[in-house]
Design a protein around this ligand. Structure first.
Ligand SMILES: Nc1ncnc2c1ncn2[C@@H]1O[C@H](COP(=O)(O)OP(=O)(O)OP(=O)(O)O)[C@@H](O)[C@H]1O
Length: 653
């Protein structure tokens, strides 16, 4: 017996299993072959009509409530204008029937024309009113859409700003975010338009269908049947499109990452220095080619579906006209009414098709809006149950059996960490690369929540404290290069701090060495710190670090966490920073991470981490005398500064 397997070229291509276009085995892109969306693909690629139908009411609700909140006047004006336009269209058909019946009755032509004038005037009035109503609709939609877009963009941005930091470590989060951000946002925008079209076409359909049914009841079901194949094919193609997006989203993101590397000036420099362009362009092309193949396959499938839909629609239209011919032939309908019926059939079909297309587009968009809704709801549901304000100046911070593992990792980054930090202490975290220092700092700052154990601030579990109230200032290992003015880049963490004469700003700038950086800028504190905009400036790594230290000092928080604060600083600036940390220290708790062990000699407590565990704690003298790992690392560094590195160091004093 031979096992058969079904090939899914899209899946193979997107997962890197495929062969290249030239037939060579593709060197699989490692991350693509373990695409995170894969776990979701079962759900995403089997979108049933039922699922789309279920998503539709929620979409309409979201769209309607967002529109209502964004601009009630526009919603009301648009709705009323739609009703007017629809009713007037139906009335116009009756007027046409009146005109034709009058013109086609027996008698002299001039008299028949005169007799038809009232109906003609009514018809002209109906067209004029419909034109006005349609203009009101487009005006209202034009006012509504930008407002809705702004609101959704703001909601999404606010939601992203509340997402737990750890989520950014998960590829699935980025997939969900991309779907919400790009497709979801556009979908809300399009849904407003399609919602308006649907409303208008349904009202006009009701009015014109009533007219057609009054002309002859049999015409209506035939017309409805003729539109169904079109409905099916549009829906089918919408599903294919969504499946495509879901399946290829990571590949698309990968291409965006490559492009970012090409356009960002730091990576652009390294790219050129290493002549790595072919490598990066090759990766980009591999992803782009796979996407292109997928797009072509999608287009082929959609063409086949469209062809079937259109063929069946043609049969339906032929049936409608055959029915009309039969009614004329059997004298069931007079010629004048049949003439009006031809026009009515065209109008009903156009309204019906419009309604079907709008519904299908809404069906399609509902999937994307659903992604956006799910994302917003997930962010809300995952929000920390953190209601309590944090203590403003904690006397103790206790770490109890603290453990933490990064998502997707087997080995914990931290295990069984027990530590008590008291107000005013300087705690130094030391250890080799990857020993867990930065992770511990992030947990202390409440940026990550513990996997095991707890962090207690004056006895309160950090998890239950409102993160925005934590009295913490952090100097990050790689500080953000804020594209703001120098002043804003320093005052960012405490914009409300009363500093009318900027004395505090100048003091922290002097303490961190940022004053000399700003002095060299043409516009001083008003200088813009990015070269992406006109008149902007860029700084050196060390200068950025000085600003980061100034920012942390300006925040004036009870707990200061410094992760390698001086790694990029020159010797003079480093000395100045440590001096200011020493003067700051009174009443303030400082957690310091550094590889420069000479800087931690005066710490109240040195905590040595190794493979995520605390292996030694004590003062410099205690640890040096104990001759453990700290002593080994310290001596190694100290020796390299001495003239005669081979002579053993004297015992610690
Ligand atoms: N975002 C992340 N996702 C997965 N693993 C991570 C992440 N960040 C750090 N790790 C892992 O967690 C462990 C601890 O990393 P951490 O950055 O805390 O070390 P560190 O002591 O600060 O190192 P360094 O001295 O190099 O800054 C390492 O094994 C590292 O590979």
């Amino acid at each position: 017996m031979t096992a058969t397997t079904t090939r899914d070229p899209d899946k193979e291509a997107a997962t890197g299993q495929r062969r290249t276009r030239r037939g060579e085995p593709a060197a699989a892109l490692p991350q693509l072959s373990t695409a995170a969306w894969h776990s979701l693909s079962g759900d995403l690629t089997r979108i049933s009509l039922w699922r789309m139908t279920r998503a539709l009411p929620a979409t309409l609700r979201l769209v309607a409530t967002t529109a209502w909140t964004a601009h009630r006047g526009a919603v009301v004006a648009g709705g009323v204008a739609h009703v007017v336009s629809g009713v007037v269209t139906g009335f116009g058909l009756f007027a046409i029937t009146g005109v034709l019946t009058t013109l086609l009755t027996a008698g002299p032509t001039p008299q028949r024309v005169v007799a038809a004038v009232p109906s003609l005037l009514a018809l002209a009035g109906a067209y004029a009113l419909r034109g006005f109503a349609d203009t009101v609709v487009s005006g209202a939609t034009a006012r509504l859409r930008p407002r809705v877009r702004r609101q959704v963009e703001n909601d999404l941005a606010a939601a992203i700003s509340r997402v737990e930091l750890i989520a950014f470590e998960q590829p699935t989060f980025h997939d969900d975010l991309d779907r919400a951000r790009y497709a979801g946002m556009d979908a809300v925008d399009t849904s407003i338009n399609q919602g308006s079209v649907l409303l208008g076409s349904l009202i006009s359909l009701a009015a014109t269908a009533t007219t057609v049914a009054l002309l002859h009841p049999l015409l209506l079901p035939v017309l409805v049947l003729s539109v169904l194949p079109e409905a099916w094919s549009t829906l089918q193609n919408a599903r294919l499109e969504y499946q495509f997006l879901a399946q290829w989203i990571e590949t698309r993101r990968r291409m965006a990452v490559y492009l970012d590397l090409l356009v960002h000036k730091h990576s652009a420099a390294e790219l050129r220095a290493f002549a790595a362009q072919p490598r990066l362009l090759g990766e980009h092309d591999r992803a782009a080619t796979a996407m292109m193949d997928g797009h072509v396959r999608l287009g082929d499938r959609q063409t086949r579906v469209g062809l079937t839909g259109r063929s069946l629609t043609g049969v339906g239209i032929a049936a409608a006209y055959a029915m009309l011919g039969w009614l004329l032939y059997t004298a069931a309908m007079p010629l004048a009414v049949a003439g009006a019926a031809v026009l009515a059939i065209r109008t009903v079909r156009s309204s019906l098709t419009q309604a079907v297309v709008a519904t299908n587009r809404l069906f399609e968009k509902s999937l994307y809006v659903n992604d956006l809704r799910t994302f917003l709801a997930a962010v809300g549901a995952n929000a920390r149950p953190a209601e309590l304000p944090a203590p403003t100046d904690p006397a103790t911070i206790e770490l109890r059996g603290l453990g933490f593992t990064y998502p997707g990792k087997d080995a914990p980054a931290l295990s069984d960490v027990d530590l008590t930090i008291r107000r005013g202490q300087v705690i130094a975290l030391v250890g080799e690369n990857g020993s867990g220092k930065s992770t511990l700092a992030k947990l202390l700052a409440g940026l990550y929540l513990p996997g095991q154990g707890a962090i207690l601030w004056d006895g309160h579990d950090l998890t239950g404290l409102d993160p925005t109230t934590l009295p913490i200032a952090v100097v990050m290992q790689e500080p953000t290069r804020w594209p703001l003015t120098a002043r804003d880049a320093v005052t960012l963490g405490r914009p409300d701090r009363a500093d009318p004469d900027e004395e505090i700003l100048h003091k922290v700038a002097a303490d961190s060495g940022a004053d000399t950086v700003v002095a060299d800028l043409a516009h001083g504190w008003d200088a813009l710190l990015t070269t992406r905009f006109r008149d902007g400036n860029d700084l050196s790594g060390g200068q950025w670090q000085r600003l980061a230290v100034a920012r942390a000092l300006y925040r004036d928080a009870a707990v200061l966490i410094c992760d390698e604060p001086t790694a990029a600083l020159d010797a003079r600036a480093e000395a100045a920073v440590y001096e200011s940390l020493r003067t700051l220290q009174a009443g303030r708790t400082v957690v310091l991470i550094t590889h420069r062990l000479a800087s931690v000699r005066h710490a109240d407590l040195i905590v040595v981490l190794h493979h995520g565990r605390v292996i030694e704690t004590g003062t410099h003298h205690q640890l040096h005398a104990a001759g453990g790992r700290y002593a080994e690392l310290y001596d190694l560094q100290a020796r390299s500064y001495r003239e005669d590195p081979d002579t053993p160091l004297p015992a610690a004093t």
